[in-house]
Design a protein around this ligand. Structure first.
Ligand SMILES: [Zn+2]
Length: 465
């Protein structure tokens, strides 16, 4: 009998890591992500299993909370095969290297401070270094294509389908055979929002004996995209016309490209007042280049732009500020800027510099377009915190604060239930990747809407399949 245990993204929304032990078959790990926000200390704890026993690592997509602990897995002995799309590993390299650099930077800062107190021994080493990321790419890899079933071990086949969440994200269907009995286990991965401008809609899966479905937004339905787009346009246009600036903390992957796509649409529709748009995130710039490169599975709008302009996201008012000096020069422009910078939850990155320079001014607008996890600076600002400490300076928040939820790269409650309804045969439902209180609401909604019981997976619980 196959047994699954979740060593991350069980009753929390980050740290995705699900281990499937198949009787007389391989041990398969689905994702190996970083814990973020209030649970980030868990990254430093042991995995809860021996990385050496894992034969195959399947990766649903390149978000940090799905790939961020792979270098640690390799450091601690994983020597198996990675199976995923090639674009996912290219994007994952950008994500993991960025994470490694951030951790190194943080380590050096803490070390310097501790040195002054003579307490350097107390400073925790970073989880991994850039070299550890490179070591991941020395492992054997099988690159798959959507909808093409591959045999990954004796009695185990995998099919990746477009999950419509970020560039080449996947829902993974595993067909396993134990003692002559066949079973289909499906991992939804993170499912996309069906209104996404950049991505296509998530593909339908036909059958599952067991479905492990994400539940990030299982408790709610997003506002309609039309309403969110209207709200976005209003904030942007009003702020620019009022001689202000718009700050958009944005995830480097997907949200940034979606916002660029929307601004491009506004530009060509002549809805955008004259402004300077800065993509001020090296990571987002690199990720955007990969969206251009692997454009096949993106929306029709993206492919039309590419055909017409030779680039999906660029247009005359946009500037990519890769170098720190170019980024600093943005500070010299008093008004009329739209600044898209990381990190998405304001836990670090260049957005903090822009906060320091511009949040005190009531003419400016801070526009949240993405999920803000508990414990992050973004969540605290949304929660009403108006006196911030950024780089040893107190910053008062007088800029207007706006939260637009409709841009989520995640399916909402209705999207997920409708996705499940499209299965011809659906066996047991297991909820992963969600905050527990939201999962309880999702569980009730599933029962109410499709008359099925769902089980909330507890950390390290044995699920017999
Ligand atoms: Zn994701």
């Amino acid at each position: 009998m196959a047994v699954l245990q979740s060593f991350g993204a069980a009753e929390v929304v980050t740290g995705s890591c699900h281990l499937l032990r198949i009787e007389k078959g391989p041990t398969v790990l689905v994702d190996c992500g970083m814990f973020q926000g209030t649970v980030e200390d868990r990254n430093f704890e042991p995995f809860g299993f021996d990385p050496k026993e894992v034969d195959i690592l399947l990766v649903t997509h390149a978000h940090l909370d799905h790939v961020g602990r792979i270098p640690k897995l390799v450091k601690e002995g994983f020597k198996g095969r990675i199976v995923t799309l090639k674009s996912t590993m290219d994007l994952a390299e950008v994500v993991m290297l960025d994470s490694a650099h951030l951790m190194m930077e943080e380590y050096r800062t803490r070390y310097r401070k501790a040195q002054r107190r003579g307490a350097e021994a107390s400073v925790r080493q970073p989880l991994y270094a850039p070299d550890d990321v490179q070591a991941v790419y020395d492992l054997p890899m099988t690159f798959v294509e959507y909808e093409k079933t591959v045999r990954i071990a004796k009695g185990v086949e995998a099919t990746f389908r477009n999950a419509g969440h970020i560039l080449d994200s996947a829902t993974i269907e595993l067909d396993i055979e134990e003692r002559g009995e066949k079973k289909t286990i499906v991992f939804s991965g993170d499912l996309g929002n069906h209104n996404d401008m950049v991505m296509r809609n998530p593909e339908t899966v036909k059958r599952a004996d067991a479905l492990f479905i994400e539940s990030t937004y299982g408790d709610r339905n997003h506002k309609g995209i039309a309403e969110s787009v209207a709200e976005f346009k209003e904030v942007v246009v009003d702020t620019l016309l009022n001689q202000g600036n718009v700050l958009i903390p944005s995830f480097a992957i997907e949200r940034t490209q979606e916002i660029l796509c929307l601004l491009k649409r506004m530009y060509y529709d002549k809805e955008l007042p004259k402004c300077h748009i800065f993509l001020d995130s090296p990571m987002a710039i690199r990720a955007t280049a990969l969206y251009d490169e692997y454009h096949d599975e993106l929306s029709k709008e993206c492919n039309d732009y590419l055909k017409r302009d030779g680039t999906i996201f660029e247009f005359p008012w946009v500037e990519y500020t890769l170098k720190p000096d170019d980024s600093k020069r943005i500070n010299d422009i008093e008004s009329g800027c739209i600044i898209i910078a990381g990190s998405g939850m304001c836990t670090g990155g260049r957005i903090l510099h822009h906060f320091k320079h511009r949040l005190w001014n009531e003419k400016n607008a801070l526009l949240f377009v993405g999920y803000q996890a508990e414990g992050t600076l973004g969540r605290r600002i949304i929660g009403g915190e108006r006196h911030l400490h950024i780089y040893h300076e107190e910053v008062v928040v007088r800029a207007s604060i706006h939260t637009i939820n409709g841009f989520s790269a995640h399916a909402d409650q209705s999207d997920m239930i409708e996705w499940m309804e499209r299965f011809d045969e659906l066996g047991k439902i297991f909820l992963i990747h969600g905050e527990y209180d939201k999962q309880k609401i999702f569980k009730e909604a599933i029962l109410h809407r499709i008359d099925k019981k769902a089980h909330i997976v507890a950390p390290e619980e044995n699920i017999y399949l």
